[in-house]
Design a protein around this ligand. Structure first.
Ligand code: SGN
Ligand code: CA
Length: 513
Protein backbone atom coordinates (compact mmCIF):
# COMPACT_ATOMS: atom_id res chain seq x y z
CA UNK A 1 0.00 0.00 0.00
CA UNK A 2 1.39 3.39 -0.98
CA UNK A 3 0.19 5.21 2.10
CA UNK A 4 1.27 2.43 4.41
CA UNK A 5 4.81 2.72 3.05
CA UNK A 6 4.60 6.43 3.73
CA UNK A 7 3.42 5.66 7.21
CA UNK A 8 6.35 3.32 7.82
CA UNK A 9 8.78 5.87 6.42
CA UNK A 10 7.37 8.52 8.73
CA UNK A 11 7.63 6.09 11.62
CA UNK A 12 11.28 5.38 10.85
CA UNK A 13 12.10 9.08 10.48
CA UNK A 14 10.37 9.85 13.74
CA UNK A 15 12.13 6.99 15.50
CA UNK A 16 15.46 8.21 14.15
CA UNK A 17 14.95 11.81 15.22
CA UNK A 18 13.76 11.19 18.78
CA UNK A 19 13.50 8.33 21.21
CA UNK A 20 9.65 8.10 21.12
CA UNK A 21 7.24 7.15 19.74
CA UNK A 22 8.40 3.63 19.08
CA UNK A 23 7.56 2.05 15.76
CA UNK A 24 5.10 -0.14 17.69
CA UNK A 25 2.99 2.81 18.76
CA UNK A 26 2.81 4.20 15.23
CA UNK A 27 0.76 1.28 13.94
CA UNK A 28 -2.78 2.63 13.65
CA UNK A 29 -5.32 2.04 16.38
CA UNK A 30 -8.70 0.71 15.32
CA UNK A 31 -11.87 1.97 16.95
CA UNK A 32 -15.12 0.42 15.79
CA UNK A 33 -18.30 2.10 17.00
CA UNK A 34 -21.11 -0.29 16.27
CA UNK A 35 -24.85 0.17 16.76
CA UNK A 36 -27.81 -2.14 16.53
CA UNK A 37 -30.57 -1.48 13.99
CA UNK A 38 -29.44 2.05 13.12
CA UNK A 39 -30.86 2.99 9.72
CA UNK A 40 -29.00 5.12 7.17
CA UNK A 41 -32.25 7.10 6.84
CA UNK A 42 -31.57 8.50 10.32
CA UNK A 43 -27.92 9.46 9.81
CA UNK A 44 -27.79 12.92 8.28
CA UNK A 45 -24.69 12.37 6.15
CA UNK A 46 -26.87 9.84 4.31
CA UNK A 47 -30.32 11.36 4.70
CA UNK A 48 -31.29 14.49 6.62
CA UNK A 49 -35.08 14.30 6.39
CA UNK A 50 -35.51 13.19 10.00
CA UNK A 51 -32.52 14.12 12.16
CA UNK A 52 -29.21 15.98 12.13
CA UNK A 53 -26.37 13.82 13.48
CA UNK A 54 -23.41 16.22 13.61
CA UNK A 55 -21.00 13.86 15.35
CA UNK A 56 -21.65 10.93 13.06
CA UNK A 57 -21.42 13.31 10.12
CA UNK A 58 -18.07 14.49 11.39
CA UNK A 59 -16.63 11.01 10.79
CA UNK A 60 -17.93 11.16 7.21
CA UNK A 61 -16.75 14.75 6.68
CA UNK A 62 -13.25 13.99 7.92
CA UNK A 63 -13.15 10.60 6.26
CA UNK A 64 -15.02 8.38 3.86
CA UNK A 65 -18.72 7.67 3.45
CA UNK A 66 -19.61 4.40 1.76
CA UNK A 67 -22.66 5.13 -0.36
CA UNK A 68 -23.36 1.50 -1.12
CA UNK A 69 -22.73 -0.42 2.08
CA UNK A 70 -24.65 -3.68 2.57
CA UNK A 71 -24.85 -6.63 4.93
CA UNK A 72 -24.76 -10.30 3.91
CA UNK A 73 -27.58 -11.39 6.25
CA UNK A 74 -29.73 -8.69 7.83
CA UNK A 75 -29.96 -9.82 11.42
CA UNK A 76 -27.94 -9.23 14.55
CA UNK A 77 -25.80 -12.19 15.59
CA UNK A 78 -25.11 -13.26 11.98
CA UNK A 79 -23.91 -9.77 11.11
CA UNK A 80 -21.58 -9.73 14.12
CA UNK A 81 -20.15 -13.12 13.16
CA UNK A 82 -19.56 -11.96 9.58
CA UNK A 83 -17.70 -8.90 10.86
CA UNK A 84 -15.50 -10.94 13.21
CA UNK A 85 -14.66 -13.71 10.75
CA UNK A 86 -14.78 -11.98 7.36
CA UNK A 87 -16.81 -14.99 6.16
CA UNK A 88 -20.40 -15.51 5.03
CA UNK A 89 -22.90 -17.09 7.43
CA UNK A 90 -22.83 -20.52 5.75
CA UNK A 91 -19.08 -20.68 6.46
CA UNK A 92 -18.91 -19.16 9.96
CA UNK A 93 -22.00 -21.13 11.04
CA UNK A 94 -23.91 -18.16 12.54
CA UNK A 95 -26.84 -18.32 10.16
CA UNK A 96 -29.45 -17.05 12.67
CA UNK A 97 -29.75 -15.43 16.10
CA UNK A 98 -30.70 -18.87 17.40
CA UNK A 99 -27.34 -20.63 17.19
CA UNK A 100 -24.27 -20.29 19.38
CA UNK A 101 -21.23 -18.72 17.76
CA UNK A 102 -18.33 -21.13 17.34
CA UNK A 103 -15.80 -18.99 19.14
CA UNK A 104 -12.95 -21.42 18.46
CA UNK A 105 -12.78 -20.14 14.88
CA UNK A 106 -10.43 -17.45 13.71
CA UNK A 107 -11.36 -13.76 13.79
CA UNK A 108 -9.70 -10.48 12.91
CA UNK A 109 -9.45 -9.86 16.66
CA UNK A 110 -7.36 -13.01 17.13
CA UNK A 111 -5.17 -12.04 14.20
CA UNK A 112 -4.66 -8.53 15.57
CA UNK A 113 -3.91 -9.90 19.03
CA UNK A 114 -1.30 -12.27 17.61
CA UNK A 115 0.25 -9.31 15.77
CA UNK A 116 0.70 -7.33 18.97
CA UNK A 117 -2.53 -5.34 19.28
CA UNK A 118 -4.33 -4.87 22.58
CA UNK A 119 -8.00 -5.71 22.00
CA UNK A 120 -11.21 -4.91 23.87
CA UNK A 121 -14.95 -5.33 23.42
CA UNK A 122 -17.50 -3.24 25.31
CA UNK A 123 -21.28 -3.48 24.93
CA UNK A 124 -23.64 -5.74 23.01
CA UNK A 125 -22.23 -9.10 21.94
CA UNK A 126 -25.24 -11.37 21.32
CA UNK A 127 -23.25 -14.38 20.12
CA UNK A 128 -24.05 -16.57 23.14
CA UNK A 129 -20.60 -18.13 23.49
CA UNK A 130 -17.96 -16.38 25.57
CA UNK A 131 -16.01 -13.72 23.64
CA UNK A 132 -12.62 -15.13 22.68
CA UNK A 133 -9.46 -13.39 21.54
CA UNK A 134 -10.13 -10.15 23.45
CA UNK A 135 -7.70 -8.97 26.11
CA UNK A 136 -10.65 -7.35 27.84
CA UNK A 137 -14.41 -7.52 27.52
CA UNK A 138 -17.49 -6.12 29.22
CA UNK A 139 -20.60 -7.32 27.43
CA UNK A 140 -24.36 -7.05 27.78
CA UNK A 141 -26.32 -10.23 28.41
CA UNK A 142 -28.29 -11.03 25.25
CA UNK A 143 -30.02 -7.83 24.13
CA UNK A 144 -29.15 -5.99 27.37
CA UNK A 145 -31.38 -3.19 28.68
CA UNK A 146 -31.60 0.54 28.09
CA UNK A 147 -31.78 1.27 31.80
CA UNK A 148 -29.53 -0.07 34.57
CA UNK A 149 -28.35 -2.96 32.46
CA UNK A 150 -26.25 -5.95 33.52
CA UNK A 151 -22.83 -6.55 32.07
CA UNK A 152 -20.56 -9.57 32.11
CA UNK A 153 -17.27 -7.97 33.00
CA UNK A 154 -14.51 -10.48 32.32
CA UNK A 155 -16.71 -13.32 33.51
CA UNK A 156 -18.56 -11.61 36.38
CA UNK A 157 -22.16 -10.33 36.19
CA UNK A 158 -22.53 -6.75 37.43
CA UNK A 159 -25.49 -4.34 37.16
CA UNK A 160 -24.47 -0.84 36.10
CA UNK A 161 -26.70 2.17 36.77
CA UNK A 162 -27.54 4.65 34.05
CA UNK A 163 -28.57 4.83 30.42
CA UNK A 164 -26.91 2.13 28.37
CA UNK A 165 -25.54 4.29 25.52
CA UNK A 166 -23.83 6.54 28.09
CA UNK A 167 -22.61 3.58 30.14
CA UNK A 168 -21.09 1.75 27.16
CA UNK A 169 -19.30 4.98 26.21
CA UNK A 170 -18.13 5.63 29.79
CA UNK A 171 -16.69 2.13 29.98
CA UNK A 172 -14.97 2.54 26.61
CA UNK A 173 -13.41 5.84 27.62
CA UNK A 174 -12.34 4.31 30.95
CA UNK A 175 -10.66 1.48 29.13
CA UNK A 176 -8.80 3.91 26.87
CA UNK A 177 -7.86 6.06 29.85
CA UNK A 178 -6.64 3.23 32.03
CA UNK A 179 -4.63 1.25 29.53
CA UNK A 180 -0.93 1.26 30.24
CA UNK A 181 0.48 -0.71 27.34
CA UNK A 182 2.10 1.05 24.42
CA UNK A 183 0.67 -1.49 22.01
CA UNK A 184 -1.71 -0.22 19.33
CA UNK A 185 -5.30 -0.97 20.28
CA UNK A 186 -8.44 -2.28 18.69
CA UNK A 187 -11.55 -1.29 20.63
CA UNK A 188 -15.06 -2.37 19.68
CA UNK A 189 -17.70 -0.08 21.21
CA UNK A 190 -20.97 -1.92 20.65
CA UNK A 191 -24.19 -0.17 21.55
CA UNK A 192 -27.59 -1.62 22.34
CA UNK A 193 -29.15 1.41 20.67
CA UNK A 194 -31.09 1.79 18.48
CA UNK A 195 -32.71 -1.61 19.04
CA UNK A 196 -36.37 -2.18 19.87
CA UNK A 197 -38.06 -1.01 22.14
CA UNK A 198 -36.33 2.34 21.51
CA UNK A 199 -36.36 3.65 25.08
CA UNK A 200 -35.05 7.21 25.11
CA UNK A 201 -32.79 8.71 27.74
CA UNK A 202 -34.99 10.69 30.17
CA UNK A 203 -32.87 13.80 29.55
CA UNK A 204 -33.82 13.77 25.86
CA UNK A 205 -37.59 13.46 26.10
CA UNK A 206 -38.19 16.95 24.76
CA UNK A 207 -36.04 16.61 21.67
CA UNK A 208 -38.19 16.84 18.53
CA UNK A 209 -41.07 18.35 20.53
CA UNK A 210 -43.93 19.21 18.20
CA UNK A 211 -42.24 17.69 15.17
CA UNK A 212 -44.36 15.69 12.75
CA UNK A 213 -42.24 13.36 10.66
CA UNK A 214 -43.01 12.80 6.97
CA UNK A 215 -44.75 9.51 6.27
CA UNK A 216 -42.93 7.38 3.67
CA UNK A 217 -44.77 7.39 0.34
CA UNK A 218 -45.19 3.60 0.54
CA UNK A 219 -46.32 3.50 4.18
CA UNK A 220 -49.69 2.01 3.16
CA UNK A 221 -48.27 -0.77 0.99
CA UNK A 222 -50.58 -3.54 -0.25
CA UNK A 223 -47.66 -5.88 -1.20
CA UNK A 224 -49.26 -6.62 -4.55
CA UNK A 225 -47.08 -8.96 -6.62
CA UNK A 226 -44.84 -9.58 -3.58
CA UNK A 227 -46.31 -12.52 -1.64
CA UNK A 228 -43.17 -12.92 0.51
CA UNK A 229 -43.46 -9.32 1.67
CA UNK A 230 -47.13 -9.91 2.41
CA UNK A 231 -46.09 -12.64 4.89
CA UNK A 232 -44.46 -10.07 7.15
CA UNK A 233 -45.38 -9.53 10.79
CA UNK A 234 -43.62 -6.21 11.22
CA UNK A 235 -46.32 -3.76 10.29
CA UNK A 236 -46.48 -0.59 12.33
CA UNK A 237 -50.26 -0.77 12.04
CA UNK A 238 -50.80 -4.34 13.19
CA UNK A 239 -47.65 -5.69 14.82
CA UNK A 240 -46.27 -2.72 16.69
CA UNK A 241 -47.44 -3.23 20.27
CA UNK A 242 -49.10 -0.16 21.81
CA UNK A 243 -47.56 -0.81 25.21
CA UNK A 244 -44.30 -2.63 24.47
CA UNK A 245 -43.30 -0.42 21.55
CA UNK A 246 -45.32 2.75 22.05
CA UNK A 247 -45.14 2.80 25.88
CA UNK A 248 -48.90 3.28 26.42
CA UNK A 249 -48.95 1.67 29.90
CA UNK A 250 -52.07 3.33 31.26
CA UNK A 251 -52.77 3.27 35.01
CA UNK A 252 -56.33 2.07 34.40
CA UNK A 253 -55.12 -1.05 32.60
CA UNK A 254 -57.47 -0.40 29.70
CA UNK A 255 -54.85 -0.68 26.99
CA UNK A 256 -54.46 -4.42 26.97
CA UNK A 257 -51.86 -5.73 24.56
CA UNK A 258 -49.91 -8.94 24.13
CA UNK A 259 -46.72 -7.46 25.59
CA UNK A 260 -48.25 -5.20 28.26
CA UNK A 261 -47.10 -7.31 31.25
CA UNK A 262 -43.69 -7.88 29.73
CA UNK A 263 -43.22 -4.15 29.25
CA UNK A 264 -44.14 -3.37 32.85
CA UNK A 265 -42.04 -6.16 34.31
CA UNK A 266 -38.97 -6.12 32.10
CA UNK A 267 -38.66 -2.52 30.91
CA UNK A 268 -40.60 -0.17 33.14
CA UNK A 269 -39.71 -1.79 36.46
CA UNK A 270 -36.05 -1.80 35.61
CA UNK A 271 -35.95 1.96 36.02
CA UNK A 272 -35.29 3.55 39.42
CA UNK A 273 -37.83 5.87 41.07
CA UNK A 274 -36.33 9.03 39.60
CA UNK A 275 -36.28 7.55 36.12
CA UNK A 276 -39.86 6.31 36.48
CA UNK A 277 -41.02 9.75 37.61
CA UNK A 278 -39.39 11.40 34.58
CA UNK A 279 -40.78 8.66 32.34
CA UNK A 280 -44.32 9.11 33.64
CA UNK A 281 -44.11 12.89 33.44
CA UNK A 282 -43.38 12.56 29.74
CA UNK A 283 -45.57 9.62 28.70
CA UNK A 284 -48.64 10.07 30.95
CA UNK A 285 -49.99 13.11 29.06
CA UNK A 286 -49.39 11.28 25.76
CA UNK A 287 -51.28 8.26 27.12
CA UNK A 288 -54.17 10.51 28.20
CA UNK A 289 -54.34 12.23 24.79
CA UNK A 290 -54.12 8.90 23.01
CA UNK A 291 -57.00 7.43 25.00
CA UNK A 292 -59.14 10.52 24.45
CA UNK A 293 -58.52 10.48 20.71
CA UNK A 294 -59.89 6.93 20.15
CA UNK A 295 -57.89 6.55 16.95
CA UNK A 296 -58.57 3.72 14.52
CA UNK A 297 -57.44 2.44 11.14
CA UNK A 298 -55.05 4.60 9.16
CA UNK A 299 -55.08 7.40 11.72
CA UNK A 300 -53.97 4.95 14.42
CA UNK A 301 -51.19 3.60 12.19
CA UNK A 302 -49.97 7.15 11.50
CA UNK A 303 -50.04 7.98 15.21
CA UNK A 304 -47.96 4.86 15.99
CA UNK A 305 -45.51 5.84 13.27
CA UNK A 306 -45.03 9.29 14.84
CA UNK A 307 -44.50 7.77 18.31
CA UNK A 308 -42.06 5.23 16.87
CA UNK A 309 -40.05 7.94 15.11
CA UNK A 310 -39.94 10.15 18.18
CA UNK A 311 -38.63 7.37 20.43
CA UNK A 312 -36.24 5.90 17.88
CA UNK A 313 -34.73 9.26 16.96
CA UNK A 314 -34.06 10.08 20.61
CA UNK A 315 -32.07 6.85 20.81
CA UNK A 316 -30.14 8.02 17.72
CA UNK A 317 -29.56 11.37 19.45
CA UNK A 318 -27.91 9.57 22.41
CA UNK A 319 -25.71 7.62 20.01
CA UNK A 320 -24.69 10.78 18.21
CA UNK A 321 -23.92 12.63 21.46
CA UNK A 322 -21.82 9.73 22.69
CA UNK A 323 -19.96 9.41 19.41
CA UNK A 324 -19.13 13.09 19.94
CA UNK A 325 -17.68 12.26 23.37
CA UNK A 326 -15.44 9.59 21.88
CA UNK A 327 -14.21 11.83 19.05
CA UNK A 328 -13.47 14.58 21.58
CA UNK A 329 -11.51 12.12 23.71
CA UNK A 330 -9.41 11.11 20.71
CA UNK A 331 -8.75 14.79 19.94
CA UNK A 332 -7.82 15.68 23.49
CA UNK A 333 -5.52 12.72 23.96
CA UNK A 334 -3.54 12.91 20.75
CA UNK A 335 -5.17 9.77 19.37
CA UNK A 336 -7.12 11.24 16.46
CA UNK A 337 -4.16 11.31 14.07
CA UNK A 338 -3.38 7.64 14.29
CA UNK A 339 -6.71 5.93 14.83
CA UNK A 340 -9.01 4.44 12.22
CA UNK A 341 -12.52 5.33 13.43
CA UNK A 342 -15.29 3.23 11.93
CA UNK A 343 -19.01 3.65 12.50
CA UNK A 344 -21.49 1.09 11.28
CA UNK A 345 -24.61 -0.82 12.35
CA UNK A 346 -25.36 -4.55 12.34
CA UNK A 347 -27.95 -3.87 9.61
CA UNK A 348 -30.38 -1.26 8.40
CA UNK A 349 -33.97 -0.79 9.56
CA UNK A 350 -37.37 0.24 8.22
CA UNK A 351 -38.52 3.70 9.23
CA UNK A 352 -42.06 3.04 8.05
CA UNK A 353 -41.19 2.12 4.44
CA UNK A 354 -43.63 -0.62 3.32
CA UNK A 355 -45.42 0.18 6.59
CA UNK A 356 -42.68 -1.58 8.57
CA UNK A 357 -40.24 -1.58 11.43
CA UNK A 358 -37.55 -4.34 11.82
CA UNK A 359 -35.19 -5.69 9.12
CA UNK A 360 -34.43 -9.20 7.64
CA UNK A 361 -35.78 -8.71 4.08
CA UNK A 362 -33.33 -8.08 1.26
CA UNK A 363 -35.09 -4.82 0.38
CA UNK A 364 -32.90 -1.73 0.42
CA UNK A 365 -33.71 -0.32 3.87
CA UNK A 366 -32.48 -3.43 5.69
CA UNK A 367 -29.96 -4.70 3.16
CA UNK A 368 -28.03 -1.47 3.50
CA UNK A 369 -26.22 -0.37 6.63
CA UNK A 370 -24.50 2.94 7.32
CA UNK A 371 -20.68 2.83 7.05
CA UNK A 372 -18.28 5.71 7.55
CA UNK A 373 -14.56 5.61 8.29
CA UNK A 374 -12.09 8.26 9.34
CA UNK A 375 -8.58 7.19 8.44
CA UNK A 376 -5.31 7.95 10.20
CA UNK A 377 -3.83 11.22 8.93
CA UNK A 378 -1.24 9.47 6.74
CA UNK A 379 -4.01 8.09 4.54
CA UNK A 380 -5.62 11.36 3.55
CA UNK A 381 -8.69 9.36 2.53
CA UNK A 382 -11.73 11.55 2.01
CA UNK A 383 -14.99 11.66 0.16
CA UNK A 384 -17.66 9.27 -1.01
CA UNK A 385 -17.03 5.73 -2.16
CA UNK A 386 -19.67 4.30 -4.46
CA UNK A 387 -18.41 0.73 -4.86
CA UNK A 388 -20.58 -2.09 -3.48
CA UNK A 389 -19.12 -3.02 -0.09
CA UNK A 390 -20.31 -5.38 2.65
CA UNK A 391 -19.79 -6.00 6.36
CA UNK A 392 -17.79 -8.99 5.09
CA UNK A 393 -15.04 -6.52 4.15
CA UNK A 394 -14.41 -5.09 7.60
CA UNK A 395 -12.16 -7.88 8.93
CA UNK A 396 -9.79 -7.78 5.94
CA UNK A 397 -9.77 -3.97 6.05
CA UNK A 398 -8.77 -3.92 9.71
CA UNK A 399 -6.00 -6.45 9.11
CA UNK A 400 -4.78 -4.59 6.04
CA UNK A 401 -4.51 -1.27 7.83
CA UNK A 402 -2.65 -2.99 10.69
CA UNK A 403 -0.32 -4.52 8.10
CA UNK A 404 -1.31 -8.03 9.15
CA UNK A 405 -1.63 -10.68 6.43
CA UNK A 406 -5.27 -11.36 5.50
CA UNK A 407 -5.95 -15.10 5.89
CA UNK A 408 -6.69 -16.75 2.55
CA UNK A 409 -10.03 -18.10 3.73
CA UNK A 410 -11.52 -14.71 4.59
CA UNK A 411 -14.15 -14.00 1.94
CA UNK A 412 -14.31 -10.22 2.18
CA UNK A 413 -11.84 -7.80 0.65
CA UNK A 414 -9.85 -4.96 2.13
CA UNK A 415 -11.48 -1.61 1.40
CA UNK A 416 -8.15 0.24 1.40
CA UNK A 417 -7.58 -0.07 -2.36
CA UNK A 418 -10.96 1.48 -3.20
CA UNK A 419 -10.55 4.15 -0.55
CA UNK A 420 -7.17 5.01 -2.02
CA UNK A 421 -8.61 4.80 -5.55
CA UNK A 422 -6.09 2.15 -6.56
CA UNK A 423 -8.46 -0.70 -7.32
CA UNK A 424 -9.68 -1.17 -10.89
CA UNK A 425 -11.50 -4.48 -10.56
CA UNK A 426 -13.89 -4.26 -7.67
CA UNK A 427 -16.91 -6.59 -7.30
CA UNK A 428 -19.90 -5.73 -9.46
CA UNK A 429 -22.53 -7.50 -7.33
CA UNK A 430 -23.11 -8.70 -3.79
CA UNK A 431 -24.54 -11.94 -2.39
CA UNK A 432 -27.15 -12.00 0.37
CA UNK A 433 -28.71 -14.87 2.35
CA UNK A 434 -31.23 -14.67 5.21
CA UNK A 435 -31.95 -17.92 7.11
CA UNK A 436 -34.02 -17.24 10.24
CA UNK A 437 -37.42 -18.85 9.62
CA UNK A 438 -39.84 -19.30 11.28
CA UNK A 439 -39.33 -16.07 13.19
CA UNK A 440 -41.40 -13.48 15.01
CA UNK A 441 -41.59 -11.14 12.01
CA UNK A 442 -42.64 -13.65 9.35
CA UNK A 443 -39.81 -13.11 6.85
CA UNK A 444 -39.27 -16.28 4.78
CA UNK A 445 -35.78 -17.62 4.03
CA UNK A 446 -34.24 -16.10 0.94
CA UNK A 447 -31.07 -15.40 -0.94
CA UNK A 448 -30.25 -13.11 -3.79
CA UNK A 449 -27.94 -10.87 -5.74
CA UNK A 450 -27.79 -7.10 -5.98
CA UNK A 451 -25.82 -5.43 -8.74
CA UNK A 452 -25.47 -1.66 -9.09
CA UNK A 453 -28.88 -1.40 -10.73
CA UNK A 454 -30.84 -4.63 -10.24
CA UNK A 455 -31.86 -7.02 -7.50
CA UNK A 456 -32.94 -10.64 -7.83
CA UNK A 457 -34.32 -12.49 -4.79
CA UNK A 458 -35.35 -16.11 -4.35
CA UNK A 459 -37.60 -16.75 -1.35
CA UNK A 460 -37.33 -20.51 -0.89
CA UNK A 461 -38.65 -21.56 2.51
CA UNK A 462 -41.93 -20.40 3.95
CA UNK A 463 -42.83 -19.67 0.33
CA UNK A 464 -41.21 -20.37 -3.04
CA UNK A 465 -41.16 -17.18 -5.11
CA UNK A 466 -38.82 -14.93 -7.05
CA UNK A 467 -38.67 -11.14 -7.11
CA UNK A 468 -36.77 -8.79 -9.39
CA UNK A 469 -36.34 -5.04 -9.10
CA UNK A 470 -34.97 -2.34 -11.34
CA UNK A 471 -33.69 -0.02 -8.62
CA UNK A 472 -33.23 2.85 -11.04
CA UNK A 473 -36.89 2.77 -12.13
CA UNK A 474 -38.30 1.57 -8.83
CA UNK A 475 -36.04 2.54 -5.90
CA UNK A 476 -38.77 1.79 -3.35
CA UNK A 477 -39.15 -1.79 -4.65
CA UNK A 478 -42.91 -1.65 -5.16
CA UNK A 479 -43.07 -3.44 -8.52
CA UNK A 480 -41.84 -7.02 -8.73
CA UNK A 481 -40.67 -7.17 -12.35
CA UNK A 482 -39.88 -10.90 -12.32
CA UNK A 483 -42.58 -11.67 -14.92
CA UNK A 484 -42.04 -8.54 -17.05
CA UNK A 485 -41.07 -9.36 -20.64
CA UNK A 486 -38.69 -6.43 -20.84
CA UNK A 487 -36.48 -7.81 -18.08
CA UNK A 488 -36.25 -11.50 -19.00
CA UNK A 489 -32.72 -11.27 -20.46
CA UNK A 490 -31.42 -9.29 -17.51
CA UNK A 491 -33.06 -11.71 -15.09
CA UNK A 492 -31.37 -14.67 -16.81
CA UNK A 493 -28.05 -12.84 -16.68
CA UNK A 494 -28.51 -12.16 -12.97
CA UNK A 495 -29.38 -15.80 -12.33
CA UNK A 496 -26.05 -16.71 -13.89
CA UNK A 497 -24.20 -14.14 -11.83
CA UNK A 498 -25.96 -15.35 -8.70
CA UNK A 499 -24.88 -18.93 -9.41
CA UNK A 500 -21.31 -17.72 -9.89
CA UNK A 501 -21.35 -15.84 -6.60
CA UNK A 502 -22.74 -18.89 -4.78
CA UNK A 503 -19.90 -20.94 -6.24
CA UNK A 504 -17.27 -18.32 -5.42
CA UNK A 505 -18.45 -18.12 -1.81
CA UNK A 506 -18.75 -21.92 -1.55
CA UNK A 507 -22.47 -21.97 -0.77
CA UNK A 508 -23.65 -25.60 -0.55
CA UNK A 509 -25.94 -26.68 -3.41
CA UNK A 510 -28.87 -27.21 -1.07
CA UNK A 511 -30.37 -23.72 -0.74
CA UNK A 512 -31.45 -24.37 2.83
CA UNK A 513 -27.86 -24.61 4.00
C1 SGN B 1 -36.20 -9.18 19.48
C2 SGN B 1 -37.26 -8.21 18.97
C3 SGN B 1 -37.46 -8.36 17.47
C4 SGN B 1 -36.15 -8.34 16.73
C5 SGN B 1 -35.23 -9.39 17.32
C6 SGN B 1 -33.89 -9.51 16.65
N1 SGN B 1 -38.52 -8.46 19.63
O1 SGN B 1 -36.67 -10.49 19.44
O2 SGN B 1 -38.30 -7.31 17.04
O3 SGN B 1 -36.33 -8.58 15.37
O4 SGN B 1 -35.02 -9.08 18.69
O5 SGN B 1 -33.20 -8.30 16.71
S1 SGN B 1 -38.80 -7.90 21.10
O6 SGN B 1 -40.23 -8.16 21.35
O7 SGN B 1 -37.99 -8.62 22.04
O8 SGN B 1 -38.52 -6.47 21.12
S2 SGN B 1 -31.62 -8.35 16.57
O9 SGN B 1 -31.19 -6.99 16.20
O10 SGN B 1 -31.08 -8.74 17.84
O11 SGN B 1 -31.35 -9.30 15.51
CA1 CA C 1 -29.75 -5.63 14.90
Amino acid sequence: MKSLNLLLLLALLTAASCSTPTQESTRPNILLIFTDDHSYQTFSAYDDRFIETPNLDRIADEGVLFENSFVTNSICAPSRAVILTGKHSHINGQTTNGVTFDSTQNSFIKELGAAGYETALIGKWHLRSRPTGFDHYEVLIGQGHYYNTDFIENGVKVQRPGYVTDVVTDKSLDWLEERTSDKPFCLMVQHKATHRIWQPDTSLFHEFEGVEFPLPANFFDDYEGRPAAAMHRMGIDEHMDLVWDNKMLDDEGEIETFHRDRYERVMYNRMNDGEKAAWDAYYDPIIADFKASKLEGKALAEWKYQRYMHDYLKCVRSVDNNVGRILAYLDENGLAENTLVVYTSDQGFYMGEHGWFDKRYMYEESLRTPLVMRFPAAYNARGKVEELVQNLDLAPTFLDIADVAIPQDMQGRSLLPIVEREEQHWRDAIYYHYYEYPNEHGTPKHYGIRSDRYKLIHFYEGIDSWEFYDLQQDPSEMHNAYEDDAYQDIIEEHKGRLAQLRKQYMVPEDPSS
